[in-house]
Design a protein around this ligand. Sequence first.
Ligand code: COA
Length: 326
Amino acid sequence: MSDRIYSRIAGTGSYLPEKVLTNDDLAKLVDTSDEWIASRTGIRQRHVAAEGETTGDLAWHAAVRALEAAGVAASELDLIVLGTTTPDLVFPSTACLLQHRLGANGCPAFDVNAACSGFVYALSVADKFIRSGSAKTALVVGAETLTRMVDWSERTSCVLFGDGAGAVVLKADAETGILSTHLHADGGKKELLWNPVGVSVGFKPGEPNAGVRINMTGNEVFKHAVKALDAIVEETLQANGIERSRIDWLIPHQANLRIIEATAKRLEMPMERVIVTVDMHGNTSSGSVPLALDAAVRSGKVQRGQLLLLEAFGGGFTWGSALLRY
Ligand code: COA
């Protein structure tokens, strides 16, 4: 036995807002159809946060469920990392708001913004804390209310996104857990998928949300996502010296079924071994991977001891992966 410390997923949880918006509902808002959306993206519906329901609220529900599944009390947490692009406030971070609400006071808590790769980035950061011995029990969350910055009159992007949150509790383990994580970014492609308004750029006094909208060149994003995910899957396999056939489940970022199918093909994995929730959730950005993981765990598909490959791609561009023994 090596003296390496692993981060093992001790429990998962997720939460989706009650309100569901179907493709037919969207066809009443913009010139689109269920047939167009489903055939281009695989999405059939998405959840939308209620008025007043925040990213922090979604994160809290998911976190409570993950803690319960792990049998861990919030007071035992010594780290909280939360991936989000839609924080409740500019500051304090949504992680700090969550920490207080959970009663996990005192432990470090911070947000990570890597757009749709936010959860994989947060997971990688928490894994490094645990592997270095700086934390023993960590909460990692991906939570978003992306529909708050969707332009509901822009049919190419408004059909893609939804709200939701997922969480995992990581525990230090001597036997097994996360085997490796891989992160990349390319800020040079920022204008292909971005929201070009912030505090320091383009902020209009008195109109805090004016112009705060997602801007995307969809077909370019599609091509870059497929290429980057192909490369990172290869990098992950090589780093661990494993054959693609050894992976039990691919748990991809849920942006588009066709992107997911392209990655599965690269891995020579039948779609029966790929977790797909994009049809029901749409693209929930940082929420997507932990939502898919929790759905797979709770449905009994993912079993203890299995090898899981998580991957994500998002604005920045950012992309990342994690190979882990569940
Ligand atoms: N309903 C109906 N027609 C639509 C539409 C919609 N919701 N959105 C776009 N169209 C139209 C376009 O106006 C265009 O019409 P035109 O040929 O008359 O100009 C046509 O459909 C094709 O548009 P295009 O953008 O080339 O479509 P596409 O096949 O690339 O599909 C996406 C668009 C957005 C579904 C696809 O590019 C995609 O999924 N990209 C990745 C986006 C993504 O995942 N982003 C998040 C990454 S984390």
